[in-house]
Design a protein around this ligand. Structure first.
Ligand code: GRF
Length: 208
């Protein structure tokens, strides 16, 4: 059974897709052991509670400095003893100590086809605003392992989504969530739980 901790900051629709996948059996051999949010008002915490999943809030506001927050955050993760950490709309910089301790065991969902529209400053609606400003005809989402950089780790899965001429950032964000994020994040977790994902020379290999 793969023990999964999910880190969230907002609405939690990606968390919900994982919860539903586990419940429906499309994600086998996975137990969501803890949901951690930096935002006490995150609706994702309510989703976790509704699903009977242990949910904790570790907010930077409650700590004198970033170092003390990082320590508390790492503690909240370690306490759950996860095999895999999933960043599902988590807007906090991951402490390097966590990345070192959980090398290739932290994954993130980003709402674009990396390497487009990613890196520092590209999160939430800003990603879709940039895609519309550039006039791309296709965008999508990416699941990748987390390394020391921002959105730079080995790519696990991507799914493309058409951009329509009358799209607003909000409409495009919703389509990317529905047609890409909520599909490839659960799928990636299921593949990892099945032991089918490995990283060789910085590239992800998925066993057939
Ligand atoms: C999603 O668009 C995700 O790609 C990005 O943040 C958003 C989180 O949405 N990282 P939700 O909290 O999962 O609804």
């Amino acid at each position: 059974m793969l023990r999964v901790a999910v880190c969230v900051s907002g609405g939690g629709t990606n968390l919900q897709a994982i919860i539903d996948g586990v419940k429906q059996g499309t994600i086998a051999n996975v137990e969501i052991v803890r949901v951690i949010s930096n935002n006490r008002n995150a609706y994702a915490l309510k989703r976790a509670a509704q699903a009977g999943i242990d949910a904790v809030c570790v907010s930077p506001r409650d700590y004198e400095n970033r170092e003390l927050f990082n320590e508390a955050f790492l503690g909240a993760v370690d306490e759950a003893a996860p095999d895999l950490i999933v960043l599902a709309g988590f807007l906090v910089v991951i402490p390097s100590a966590l990345i070192a301790k959980y090398e290739n065991r932290i994954i993130n969902i980003h709402p674009s086809l990396i390497p487009s529209f990613c890196g520092t400053g590209y999160y939430g609606l800003k990603v879709h605003e940039a895609a519309l400003r550039r006039g791309v005809k296709v965008t999508g989402a990416t699941v990748h392992f987390v390394d020391e950089g921002t959105d730079t780790g080995p790519i696990i899965m991507q799914k493309s989504v058409a951009v329509r001429q009358d799209d607003t950032p909000e409409v495009l964000q919703r389509r990317v969530m529905e047609e890409a994020e909520w599909i490839i994040l659960p799928k990636s977790i299921a593949l990892i739980a099945d032991g089918k994902v490995s990283v060789e020379d910085g590239h992800v290999m998925i066993a057939e």
